[in-house]
Design a protein around this ligand. Structure first.
Ligand code: FCA
Length: 327
């Protein structure tokens, strides 16, 4: 009798164990396109926080090109991971990433940059968390327009550097948002100069912006916007290198990570006037947590989440960061 009951009990326990995944068995990959960028460091930091809280394993991988993405996915599968979150180096890798994840039986979610199909349209079936790019761009444009007015500049004497990376849809949405707001404030469209960057880092932006400045040496004042803080910092460095004074420059970035903060901490203000702070906590912690819930408890995340941003200037960034829980 006793052994009969024990056998049933053992069976029940075994059944329960098979039906749910223990936290310690969960392994999640977090792939980012530019691991050296502070934004991505912060995303990883907050994803780590989720891993620690829930007790799963997080595997952080820098995947700077398509080949690295492919091998990272194979690698994760070989290690027994059940899913991964990715900010892809190229959104056009979309169908390949989805196929590779499916072949390896891995759940996939994207963060920041949304995958597109062969037709250039977003892959709407893939769970994604991105920023409200157009709206955040508009905030950038409004902040620049307000500061132009505050400084009493005549808009016809102002040039705008659009640091661009048009192969990335979120980058286009961000700069076009900024342009829409500038135009709405009366900024002349013909004063906007495109500065296409070869990569999304500060150096590439500096090179792109320098070309624009050299071609338009007669312009009195400059404003700059782009995909992220690195883009705008590049443009600001370019104005400095050609000898334009900081009080003649208004750059507003997007991000709010270390690169922007360091700029605000400089004793004298530079042309880097502000940034729209976005939340690496939501993009790192929340995505990792969502992936965990999906794997461990079968709870599929929302297909699309767009996060907001908050404008921060030299004298307000500390408070804004605190509000966002990202001190
Ligand atoms: C893109 C940019 C990053 C960051 C992120 C939210 O991936 O390249 O700098 O702005 O979106």
């Amino acid at each position: 009798m006793r052994s009969w009951k024990a056998a049933i009990l053992a069976g029940v326990v075994a059944f329960a164990a098979a039906g749910s995944t223990f936290a310690a068995d969960v392994k999640i990959g977090f792939l980012v396109k530019q691991p050296e960028e502070p934004w991505f460091q912060d995303e990883w930091k907050f994803a780590d926080q989720a891993a620690k809280e829930k007790g799963f394993t997080l595997v952080k991988i820098g995947a700077e090109d398509g080949e690295k993405v492919q091998s990272a996915i194979d690698n994760l599968a070989a290690q027994g991971a059940q899913g991964f979150i990715i900010c892809t180096p190229d959104v056009k890798l979309g169908p390949g990433i989805v196929a590779k994840a499916a072949a390896n039986d891995l759940k996939v979610m994207t963060v920041d940059d949304r995958l597109v199909g062969a037709d250039g349209k977003p892959l709407e079936d893939v769970v994604h968390m991105g920023i409200s790019a157009t709206k955040i761009g508009e905030t950038v444009g409004q902040a620049i327009a307000e500061e132009i007015k505050k400084r009493g500049w005549d808009m016809k004497d102002v040039g705008a550097i659009r640091v661009s990376y048009d192969q990335l849809p979120t980058a286009v949405d961000r700069v076009e948002g900024a342009i829409a707001a500038l135009k709405a404030a009366g900024f002349p469209a013909e004063n906007i100069y495109d500065a296409p960057q070869a990569k999304t880092d500060t150096e590439a932006a500096l090179n792109a912006a320098t070309t624009v400045l050299n071609k338009n040496a007669n312009v009195k004042h400059w404003v700059a916007f782009g995909l992220n803080d690195e883009a705008v910092l590049g443009a600001v460095r370019a104005t400095e290198s050609v000898g334009i004074a900081a009080e003649n420059v208004i750059g507003v970035g997007i991000g709010g990570a270390e690169s922007a903060i360091n700029e605000f901490k400089k004793p004298t203000p530079t042309g880097f006037f502000g940034t729209v702070i976005i939340s690496p906590k939501r993009h790192g912690y929340e995505t990792a947590l969502n992936m965990y819930e999906w794997i461990a408890n079968g709870k599929e995340p929302e297909k699309l989440t767009l996060t907001a941003g908050a404008l921060a200037l030299r004298d307000t960034y500390e408070a804004v960061r605190k509000d966002l829980g990202i001190e």
